[in-house]
Write a protein that binds this ligand. Structure first.
Ligand code: NI
Ligand code: MN
Length: 227
């Protein structure tokens, strides 16, 4: 078996593992970097990290079309049901659940979570995905926090980190995060989508190379990395 991670632009990633396709934060419509359209994706699962529009994205339309299962916190799951999404699995921060593709744990994130219509979106989360090819942590939208050291104890093969700054940690804090998380590979996300989060990803990648023990993997939207 192998596990393939595809960057879809911004915080959106597709993970294919154990024969299943999982989308995390499928913000495609209105995402200037999106590598696919919302009507072309065919997920078995969607994971939504928090309520912001650039993460909930096209979840409602994709879930209604494909009948995929949406995994997210209780508050967002409740809201999604009100929008006509039939299949949800609600969780909350710190909780793990074993699905047929592997285990998902929702981790803490320091960030807001208001839904697009102003509804309460619970607590923002990160996503720890345990696959047969190793553990993948998508920090999603968050500030740097020292408890990332505990997530690093999960022996991560891949960490996906925001580097855009302004709304999330920026490039320098993301380097510190790599030190806390100690992954084998680190993939940057949540940058260059909008002018306010524009970053020099090649300079960041060079700093990962020289300042940490992780290998940087910079993906253009549409590009994949296979474990
Ligand atoms: Ni956000
Ligand atoms: Mn965001």
């Amino acid at each position: 078996m192998s596990t393939t991670i595809t960057f879809l632009g911004h915080g959106a990633f597709q993970i294919q593992t154990a024969g299943k396709t999982i989308l995390i934060d499928p913000f495609l419509t209105g995402n200037p970097l999106a590598s696919v359209s919302a009507d072309s994706v065919q997920p078995d699962y969607i994971v939504v990290s928090h309520g912001h529009g650039d993460h909930v994205g096209d979840t409602v339309a994709i879930a209604r079309r494909t009948n995929c299962l949406v995994i997210t916190n209780y508050e967002i799951a409740t809201w999604l049901k009100e929008q006509g999404v039939e299949r949800t699995h609600d969780m909350n921060t710190g909780g793990s659940y074993k699905f047929d593709f592997g285990t998902i744990k929702l981790t803490m994130a320091h960030h807001g979570s208001m839904l697009p219509d102003g509804s309460y979106g619970g607590c923002a989360t990160g996503v720890l995905l345990k696959t047969s090819d190793g553990n993948i942590y998508h920090a999603c939208d968050t500030a740097l926090f020292s408890d990332m050291k505990l997530i690093g104890d999960e022996s991560l093969r891949v960490a996906i980190l925001p580097i855009g700054d302004n709304y999330t940690m920026g490039p320098d804090d993301a380097i510190l995060a790599v030190g806390f998380l100690r992954p084998e590979y680190v993939i940057p996300g949540h940058y260059n989508t909008f002018p306010v989060i524009k970053q020099d990803v090649e300079a960041w990648s060079a700093k990962v190379q020289t300042g940490t023990s992780a290998k940087p993997v910079v993906l253009s939207p549409g590009q994949s990395f296979t474990l």
